[in-house]
Design a protein around this ligand. Structure first.
Ligand SMILES: [Fe+2]
Length: 141
């Protein structure tokens, strides 16, 4: 079973954000499958790290696109939303470093299967939904 159901991701009013969220969830599910497989000895650690890097790279790009849209629209709470993105990227990097150093799959599993999806849905419903609404208003949509 997937960690995030791609059909159940909350939708916002900007299509590019929905596309990024779908790709984020797809990469998170792939990482989750690799972690599960690695825990039973079926998937090598390199695959887990490779997928973790793919998720991190996409997260950076996805956040960058949202930040660009916020700057263009002069979104007043930009620093709050940007600060949250920076915090999440730092945390993601720290989890990757920790896993590389310790191989702690139980901790990685709880991050990937619990912490990230819980954050993801709450973030879309709050900061992303508000951002999309504001950017659309500024664009006259
Ligand atoms: Fe965001």
């Amino acid at each position: 079973m997937s960690i995030v159901d791609l059909e159940a991701i909350p939708q916002v009013t900007l299509p590019f954000m929905n596309e990024d969220h779908r790709e984020e969830a797809r990469l998170l599910n792939e990482l989750g499958d690799a972690v599960k497989g690695h825990r039973t000895g079926k998937v090598p650690v390199e695959t887990v790290l490779h997928r973790f890097e793919a998720l991190f790279a996409h997260t950076q790009e996805h956040f960058g696109r949202e930040e660009e849209a916020m700057r263009q629209a002069n979104f007043p709470p930009y620093p709050v939303h940007k600060g949250e993105h920076d915090r999440v990227l730092e945390e993601m990097e720290a989890e990757e470093v920790h896993f590389r150093e310790t191989g702690d799959t139980a901790r990685l599993w709880s991050y990937v299967a619990e912490a990230v999806p819980a954050w993801f849905v709450a973030h879309i419903q709050s900061m992303d939904a508000m951002t999309a609404g504001f950017v659309n208003m500024r664009r006259g949509g």
